[in-house]
Design a protein around this ligand. Structure first.
Ligand code: G
Ligand code: G
Ligand code: MN
Length: 683
């Protein structure tokens, strides 16, 4: 747009230059000044010697001279006054280039030379008492050789030499001078023949150019120069403006927003809202940036529409690719709460952009500063932290950054530090929880569970620190540690494990689905410890699979291709649809403990849920594990239902490795049977 403007300006300049030069050439800038015409009469008759001079009858400066005796020095002519006609104040001829005469000259012989003098008064050399002291800038014209009128360049007038010697003029004043012409004189140049002479001056016109070519070029160069400077200045301003704007939505970007907020004296009750659009980056990766841009525009319009219902003053900006910030001033709590609710209601909305159906969710973080004591950076970082929290937890509501929240953030930060040091000090251990085959009650698998003996993590279980490790990007290291240590333990005890071949079920974080190097790592470790892949099962929570896309399924497929088994943990909590389930290459469903707990209610509805999960698994040829079996009634129901495997405190709690050997001993089966019998009798 600007470039177009600059090109327009440049073309105008070129055109202007051409027109100016041509106009100059064609004489558009020519000026003239009528110094004398026949209506003008400050004339003076001049004569020397034996001449009788009289005023002629014709209109104009007309002089008639009669010479009766040509011997001696004779002279005759007419002088035309210029300026004030006081022999002091004349006219400056310097701005003109030439002088045009329309005149008539008649002599008795054929010698028709006429002298024209421009008489200049200058106090350097002229005295008003002496009229001859006015400088003679003179030319001599042969009037018979030209057709009247004649245009004479001023530069051909020269100072008469007799005048120079008579007044002994110094060099500085010896050149022709037109700065103050007081009279133009027309005189006969030698009167050799006797008879009548006649001079008639009809008009004198000064000619010149309003602007000389040189000045014109100077002016044009100046115009180019200033236009150039103006364009650069405007361009810079525009770049500055653009740098403050988001070109897609037309809103201010974070730079512009900061300027606005910083430059204003903010009113009372400030509230900063930060809205995150989830998956915008993924949309851009999958469908291209144009679709992502349209989603951003859609979001902008949606926010604007909701904002229009808010009474207090607000400033909206696109703070980042997938984040919008709104500053509210002089807030009205009710208004803002209903705005926040409307924004957070937009979750998992399917919107159609150019025939693509994309998932659209908004997350909101709020930071209120009632006394306005917080600076801009704090307003942004707190509201953004609250939004991130809301997004990471898939929260259905908005998150306010208040004291409680900041405590939690701080605590999470501390825990992340403890995890880091536990990793570097090797303060993790593994526990094992047996999984029983329902029919035979033999231990067919073992869930590997992470424990820590770090002092600072006392009382903090993996249910707390694992999600924090995920948030602080520490989970990859932890999962790798668990896998490697499990394989190492298997390797050490290979000989006696070979007899029963229990499967080791390792929990891994959903983050690994986005880790393209995970399959390589797993494959490398299996080779390094030389463990058969089918001894290992990886447990992924069902919730983590709800949002997976094709590329994540590739990781799952990669794991299965190694020969490693896959299991869906906490099944029933994540709303995986039936047709989604076919896409996942899993072997096993672990029915979540919360459903097993429901069996205690003894109502048919809860039994139906467990039953339908089991029949679903059977349909897809998946095995099922019931997690968290704690009572004999649950055991009876599940074994009648035909659930393949059972895990829970009823049979055994998680144990350290040194107790695992006894669990794998055939005598343990008897122990468990005994225990179940006792429980049955107790009832
Ligand atoms: O064993 P416990 O009930 O404390 O486990 C709590 C949660 O932590 C469970 O959801 C379990 O899946 C998870 N968990 C336990 N050990 C590991 C582990 O080694 N890696 C991962 N990613 N999660 C684990
Ligand atoms: O999410 P995941 O299924 O990986 O969780 C495993 C956790 O569940 C383990 O920490 C284990 O201690 C716990 N767990 C397994 N069975 C029972 C049970 O019967 N009762 C209780 N309270 N916890 C159990
Ligand atoms: Mn598990």
């Amino acid at each position: 747009m600007t470039l177009g403007n600059n090109i327009k300006q440049f073309s105008c300049l070129v055109l202007l230059t051409i027109v100016a030069i041509f106009s100059h050439y064609l004489g558009v800038f020519n000026t003239k000044y009528a110094l004398y015409n026949d209506n003008f009469d400050p004339i003076e008759l001049i004569s020397l010697g034996d001449v009788r001079v009289s005023k002629g009858e014709q209109k104009g400066a007309h002089v008639v001279c009669q010479l009766d005796d040509a011997s001696g020095y004779n002279l005759c002519g007419v002088g035309i006054g210029v300026g004030e006609n006081d022999w002091v104040s004349g006219k400056n001829f310097n701005p003109y280039e030439s002088i045009e005469f329309e005149l008539f000259y008649k002599t008795p012989d054929d010698k028709s030379r006429l002298k024209i003098s421009l008489r200049n008064h200058n106090k350097n050399y002229s005295k008003s008492s002496d009229r001859v002291s006015h400088k003679f800038n003179t030319i001599t014209l042969d009037t018979s050789t030209f057709d009247l009128p004649i245009d004479v360049p001023l530069e051909v007038f020269q100072v008469e030499t007799w005048w120079l010697s008579q007044y002994n003029v110094d060099f500085e004043n010896s050149l022709s001078d037109f700065s103050n012409i007081i009279q133009v004189e027309f005189l006969t140049s030698g009167m050799e023949a006797e008879g009548g002479y006649e001079i008639l001056v009809k008009s004198i016109t000064l000619r010149g150019k309003a602007i000389s070519f040189q000045n014109l070029i100077t002016i044009i160069v100046c115009i180019w120069f200033f236009t150039g400077i103006y364009c650069i200045f405007r361009q810079q301003n525009l770049v500055k403006e653009i740098s403050k704007k988001d070109m897609v939505t037309g809103l201010h970007n974070h730079i512009g927003f900061e300027r606005i907020v910083q430059s204003r004296a903010l009113g009372n009750n400030i509230s900063m809202h930060y809205i995150g659009i989830s998956e915008l980056k993924d949309i851009s990766d999958t469908y291209g940036y144009k679709i992502a841009d349209e989603v951003a525009i859609y979001a902008t319009n949606l926010i604007k529409e909701k904002l229009s219902k808010v009474q207090c003053e607000s400033y909206l900006c696109r703070y980042s690719d997938d984040g919008f910030a709104i500053l509210f001033e002089n807030t009205n709590e009710e208004d803002l709460i209903s705005f926040s609710k409307e924004i957070t209601r937009i979750k998992k909305k399917i919107i159609t952009i150019r025939s693509h159906k994309v998932n659209f969710s908004m997350y909101l973080g709020v930071f209120n500063s009632p006394d306005c004591t917080h600076d801009y950076r704090t307003l942004i970082s707190h509201s953004r932290a609250a939004m991130n929290y809301s997004q990471q937890n898939n929260s259905l509501s908005f998150q306010v950054f208040d004291d409680e929240f900041s405590q939690e953030i701080l605590q999470n930060k501390n825990i992340s530090e403890y995890i880091k040091s536990a990793i570097s000090n090797d303060e993790f251990t593994l526990n094992f929880m047996p999984i029983y085959k329902t029919e035979t009650l033999e231990v067919s698998a073992m869930e590997v569970l992470l424990r820590t003996n770090s002092e600072s993590l006392i009382g903090i279980g993996p249910d707390v620190f694992i999600p924090i490790a995920e948030k602080f990007n520490l989970i990859k290291e932890i999962d790798a540690w668990v896998i490697e240590n499990t394989l190492s333990i298997i390797k050490e005890n290979y000989t006696y494990l070979e007899a029963t071949k229990p499967i080791f079920c390792i929990n891994i974080s959903s983050e690994q689905l986005r880790n393209t190097k995970f399959v390589d790592l797993l494959s490398r470790l299996l080779k390094q410890y030389d463990i058969p892949a089918e001894w290992i099962e990886l447990e992924l929570t069902e919730t983590s699979l709800v949002n997976v896309e094709d590329k994540n399924i590739e990781v799952l497929q990669g794991i299965r291709d190694l020969g490693v088994r896959l299991s869906l943990d906490d099944y029933g909590t994540g709303y995986i649809s039936f047709n989604q389930l076919i896409n996942y290459p899993v072997n096993n469903l672990k029915i979540d403990k919360s459903f097993i707990d429901l069996l205690e209610n003894k109502d048919d509805a809860s039994k139906m849920i467990v039953k339908s999960i089991h029949s679903l698994a059977t349909t897809y040829q998946l095995t099922t594990v019931a997690e968290g079996v704690e009572t004999i009634e649950q055991y009876h129901y599940l074994s009648e239902l035909g659930c393949d495997f059972l895990q829970g405190y009823l049979f055994c709690k998680p144990v350290p490795w040194n107790q695992v050997k006894t669990l794998l001993d055939p005598s343990h089966i008897e122990e468990v049977r005994e225990k179940l019998k006792e429980k049955h009798i107790e009832r």
